[in-house]
Design a protein around this ligand. Sequence first.
Ligand code: ZN
Length: 88
Amino acid sequence: MIKDDWKEKLSCATHCYRCDQKLDPKDPRILSVYDHQAICTICKKEEEKRSDYEEVSKRTIGQCMVDTELQYGDPQGFCYHHFYPYKC
Ligand SMILES: [Zn+2]
């Protein structure tokens, strides 16, 4: 359940979930709209090229706001970090 574990997922992934590149705490990472995993910004660019990206990201963000009861623009929010890189 997203609502229960998103803070944990956001915290400090040590590797990109997609390409397994090591992530330093100071390296920016961002959440995948496909599986909510922390990925590196290079993988995010690849993800954005997928033909269904726009559709999936809209659906994800809608569901995300329902699940977390946070507003999209909340800078502390789980949903926000699908579109804006963060550091841990
Ligand atoms: Zn990566």
